[in-house]
Structures are given as structure tokens and as C-alpha cells.
Design a protein around this ligand. Structure first.
Ligand code: NAD
Length: 455
């Protein structure tokens, strides 16, 4: 537990005491993949939690105890619904009721891969309108280094400028950054068990934010500044993007040599040090890895530097869907069929196994590339019954059934996501051709012969 440093201002000391005694009320702004489990973890730690979201559908679902994020299970929302210490609202005039505000809003990129921090700035302005002494504001949304100090804090203070003479950052109001490291669907970790980095704009802010997270998270790691915490998150995601690109590149090269990348990764993984496995795939998906690295690329230009690793990884990873479709074309060709006119079933719409998150999923790109080449495309995903309009795609499709008779209608099944609920034995038995980008069919290799192609 955080000690009580005497150097803290009176408002900071009061806030720290109220956090430690569970009197403080925490507002979580943005109740999505990041905000909802965080709200639950802090609530379970004993704090009073007030959730905010612009999406009134989510507020109403929470009031009914329904979970709109299926991978989190229903217990989470029934816990919150039953508690007098939790409430959710879309009334942003109530932001002033919270002693601590944790901002978990989206940070997408624009069509020219420029950061879009407009959600953060809108939230900052709303917070500023009701800002009062003794409030701590923590940003969790992934962003470029400097956002908390150079963008968010000034936006909050600007909106509170009529009270500027009474509110000084670091004395009366406090700001910190704490990156979210959520990995939806991962069973080995929960929000509470993933160590939490915390970096404030000043020492008092770091101490206060650390005290908040210590309520619901087992390991909290204070770092020297908000910029270090912001950059650490980007390093984690860039590390993944670059390594995935490397293994994707190696997949293409090894395929040309007739060598199986999956067996190579498994073989290299036997080394007990100095190696970490990354797996190839049909392209990058999810809200983080395809997007966040480009926040640094944009910011780096300010210093006259380029981010060559990020650009190269982006180039290789975004070329993967087209590579996979070339492999589909080759495999159909082997069966004397063309892509044009073929019926292709894309298996898996979500960007990774066993979740329903389709954000930035390469499956959309695969479907469009196939359609562009004249294929008739359907999809099956047990977690995603229908598509809806996204940032870049609006396919207006619904998931088709997966059974022996439906499989008989397709010339080819393209496995884009290896959901564990799918019956792969059924595919092995009834599919005319399977293109496997996830190594989901290995145990049927012998029985399928030329009907199974890895891509
Ligand atoms: N999903 C992940 O696995 C993950 C992991 C690490 C970091 N992040 C980062 O966390 C942030 C949030 O991501 P997410 O996955 O939770 O997104 P999400 O889309 O699931 O949730 C964001 C929520 O914010 C709400 N919202 C939008 N504008 C708002 C506003 N002005 N005020 C209040 N609420 C608003 C949306 O309705 C939505 O419920 C992003 O910066 C993301 O990069 C996400």
C-alpha cells in the first residue's frame, strides 16, 4: 500500500486518504473492452464506481445486468448490477461526482494513418466543465508519448479556465497515464492479474494513481513519468507487430522452399531462452497492433525521425491477405477451378480465436479480395452472427450454417480464425478444399492430402 508522503498538497492528501479508505468514487469513462473489466476490478477492490458511456445501449444493458462483451462472462455484470457501489450513466454532467476519472475511450487512426485523439479531447473537455479541486484524471487509451501532458491536461484545464485561478495541475488536480494491457479472450490473465504501469505528470499524480490501481490490481508499477508509461505501451505493441511481420515474411520465404513455417516455429520454441514464438496469420487484427504503432510513426515526424521497423512491419502485415488469396487461387487452380465463380466459405470473422471482436479483422479484407476476384463468398463464425458497418467495411453478411450439406456447396473453405467451437473433423471429411492460415487442420493432414493447403 502507498505510504502517506508529507510533501503532498492538502487536496492530494485528502484524495489519497479517501482512496485508501474506499470513500473515493471512481468514474470510468468508456465502458468497452478496457473500461468495463477495469470498472469491475476496482469495484471488487472496494471502491465506489460510476461508469460513463456515450452509448446508452450499454448503460441500459448494465442496468439489466447484461454483458455486451460475451468473453467476459455474465458474472461480471450481474455483480455490478447487484451492487449499491456501482452505477452507470450517459449523463456527463455527473463527471464532477467522481474523485478519480479513468478515461478508456477509443483511439483509432484516420485514413492517412494519422492518430485520432478526438475522443480523448472530447472527454477532456467534458471533464474540464465540472473540474473541481481534488480530482485525479487518468488516461488509459493507447496513444503517442506526450498526449497526457501536451493534449489532455491542457484540454481539461482550458475547459475549466473560468476556475483556473483555483485549480493548478499537481496541486489541486492531478493527471496520470496508465496503459491498458487487456488481451480479450486470454484465460491466463485477468485485468486484476496483469501488472499495471502508472506514470503521472508529477510525483503526486503518480502516487495517487498508484493508490487507485492498488485497490483492484495485484501488481502496480509506478514509473518516472506519463511519457514513459505511454511509450512502454507502444513498445509492447510495436514489439508484437514487428515480430508477427518477421514470421509472416519467413512464412512466405519458407513456403517457396517447401518448408513448413509452423513446424519451424515449434522447433525454434524448444530453445529455453532468447526466443519467443510468434505465429503467422492472414494479416493483423484487433484494436491495438494494426493501429497503435502508427501513433509513434506520426509523433516521430515531429523530431525529424522515421520509424522504419514500424513501416516495414506494416507493409509486410498488410500484404498478408493478398498473399493468402493468391494461395487460394493457386489451390483452386490445382483443382482446375478459377477464383471467379467459385464458392468460398471464410471461416472466422473475429480477428482471433474464441472471441467476437471483429475490429480490424483481416477476414473483412479476405472477403473483399475474394469478391473482387469474382468469387461468391459466405462466412461462418459461431461468435459473430452478422456483420455490421465498421470503419472501413460494410459487408452486410450473416453467418451461414456449418454442416455436411452446407459444406457441399463450397469449392473452398478458407480458415481465417481458428475458433475452438468449430468442428474441424467435419471440415476434414466434407470440404472439397481447405486453405488453412492458422494451422488448425494439422491432425487431418494425412487423411486430407491435397485437399489441405496451408497459407
Ligand atoms: N481492447 C483491447 O484489448 C485494448 C487493449 C489495450 C489497449 N486498448 C486501448 O484502450 C482504449 C479503449 O479501447 P477499447 O477496446 O476498450 O474500445 P471499445 O470501443 O471497446 O470501448 C470504448 C468505449 O468508449 C465509448 N465512448 C466513445 N466515445 C466516448 C466518449 N466521448 N465518452 C465516453 N465514452 C465514449 C464507446 O461507446 C465504447 O463503449 C483504446 O485506446 C485502445 O487502443 C484496448
Amino acid at each position: 500500500m502507498t505510504t502517506f508522503p508529507s510533501s503532498l498538497s492538502a487536496p492530494a492528501q485528502r484524495l489519497l486518504a479517501s482512496i485508501q479508505s474506499n470513500d473515493a468514487r471512481v468514474g470510468v469513462v468508456g465502458l468497452g473492452y478496457v473500461g468495463l473489466p477495469l470498472a469491475h476490478a476496482l469495484h471488487r477492490g472496494g471502491l465506489r464506481v460510476l461508469g460513463f458511456d456515450v452509448d446508452n445501449g450499454k448503460i441500459q444493458a448494465l442496468a439489466r445486468g447484461e454483458n455486451y462483451l460475451k468473453h467476459l462472462g455474465t458474472e461480471l455484470t450481474t455483480d455490478l448490477q447487484a451492487s449499491p457501489r456501482f452505477e452507470a450513466t450517459s449523463n456527463f454532467d455527473r463527471l464532477g461526482e467522481a474523485d478519480v476519472l479513468i478515461v478508456c475511450v477509443p483511439t483509432p487512426i484516420g485514413i492517412h494513418q494519422e492518430p485520432d485523439i478526438s475522443y480523448i479531447l472530447r472527454t477532456a473537455t467534458a471533464i474540464g466543465k465540472t473540474l473541481r479541486s481534488g480530482q485525479l484524471i487518468i488516461l488509459e487509451s493507447t496513444t503517442y508519448p506526450g498526449t497526457t501532458r501536451e493534449d489532455m491536461m491542457p484540454a481539461v484545464m482550458h475547459a475549466a479556465s473560468d476556475r483556473a485561478h483555483t485549480l493548478a495541475s499537481g496541486r489541486d488536480v492531478f493527471f496520470a497515464f496508465s496503459p491498458e494491457r487487456e488481451d480479450p479472450g486470454r484465460k491466463s490473465h485477468t485485468t486484476s492479474s496483469i501488472p499495471k504501469l502508472v506514470g503521472g505528470l508529477d510525483e503526486a499524480s503518480t502516487k495517487l494513481a498508484t493508490a487507485v490501481y492498488e485497490k483492484g490490481i495485484t501488481t502496480v508499477v509506478p514509473v518516472a513519468s506519463a511519457e514513459i508509461a505511454e511509450s512502454a505501451k507502444l513498445l509492447e505493441n510495436i514489439f508484437r507487430a514487428v515480430n508477427i511481420a518477421m514470421v509472416n515474411e519467413m512464412k512466405v520465404v519458407l513456403h517457396a522452399m517447401g518448408i513448413d513455417i509452423w513446424e519451424v516455429v515449434r522447433a525454434a520454441s524448444t530453445k529455453p531462452f532468447g526466443f519467443m514464438p510468434f505465429y503467422p496469420g492472414p494479416g493483423l487484427g484487433g484494436h491495438c497492433i494494426p493501429i497503435d504503432p502508427f501513433y509513434l510513426t506520426w509523433k516521430a515526424k515531429e523530431t525529424g525521425h522515421s520509424t522504419r521497423f514500424i513501416e516495414l512491419a506494416g507493409e509486410i502485415n498488410t500484404a498478408m491477405p493478398a498473399y493468402v488469396i493468391d494461395r487460394v487461387a493457386e489451390a483452386l487452380n490445382e483443382q482446375s477451378k478459377s477464383v471467379k465463380g467459385s464458392r468460398v466459405l471464410v471461416l472466422g470473422l473475429a480477428y482471433k480465436a474464441d472471441i467476437d471482436d471483429v475490429r480490424e479483422s483481416p477476414s473483412f479484407e479476405l472477403i473483399e479480395l475474394l469478391q473482387h476476384r469474382g468469387a461468391h463468398v459466405e462466412y461462418h463464425d459461431p461468435h459473430c452472427p452478422a456483420t455490421w458497418a465498421g470503419r472501413r467495411h460494410d459487408l452486410q453478411m450473416t453467418s451461414v450454417a456449418l454442416d455436411a450439406s452446407s459444406l457441399a456447396n463450397f469449392d473452398c473453405v478458407l480458415i481465417a480464425t481458428a475458433h475452438s467451437a468449430v468442428d474441424y473433423a467435419l471440415l476434414a471429411k466434407h470440404a472439397a478444399l481447405v486453405i488453412d492460415t492458422r494451422d488448425a487442420m494439422r491432425k487431418y493432414e494425412a487423411t486430407m492430402g491435397a485437399r489441405l493447403v496451408r497459407a
